[in-house]
Design a protein. Structure first.
Length: 147
């Protein structure tokens, strides 16, 4: 039985999702397969870019956050998926060996008007390197109620 339900995700709730260290080889493999731009694959091209060095695809960073969200919330929740979001921002480049702290904050929650037993939760997800926010996204999660 899931521990986290709609009722546990009220506005103002903040959940620390832990840390993820950016593994260079894992990052490069992802970049090669899904975002093979030169500044994501080639050290010299990356140094010449506005990013200043070999860095992660923003999609890789988002995937690191998603893994932390799955492990920290969704595997023990009444989650029923997501209809999407309205913001995804890569605020700073992420480099190999960076340690990112993942968190989420609930900014809105309401019961579904059309589907009894479900609630919609508006979430801001973020990843931070020290005090610097490197990733921010806002999306809606669908969670079952306890009733």
């Amino acid at each position: 039985m899931a521990t986290i339900a709609f009722e546990d995700l009220s506005p103002g709730t903040v959940i620390d999702l832990g840390e993820a260290k950016v593994d260079r080889e894992e990052m490069l493999a992802f970049n090669q397969r899904f975002d093979p731009q030169p500044f994501h694959l080639d050290e010299e091209a990356a140094k010449r870019s506005v990013l200043g060095g070999l860095c992660a695809s923003g999609w890789f960073t988002a995937c690191l956050w998603m893994r932390a969200y799955v492990d920290g919330v969704l595997l023990d929740a009444t989650s029923q998926g997501s209809p999407g979001g309205r913001e995804l921002s890569w605020l700073a480049p992420v480099f190999p060996n960076d340690v990112l702290r993942m968190r989420l904050e609930v900014i809105g929650a309401r019961l579904s008007r059309s589907r009894p037993g479900l609630g919609l939760v508006e979430i801001v997800g973020s990843a931070h390197r020290g005090d610097e926010c490197v990733l921010r996204m806002t999306f809606t999660g669908i969670f079952g109620t306890r009733a």
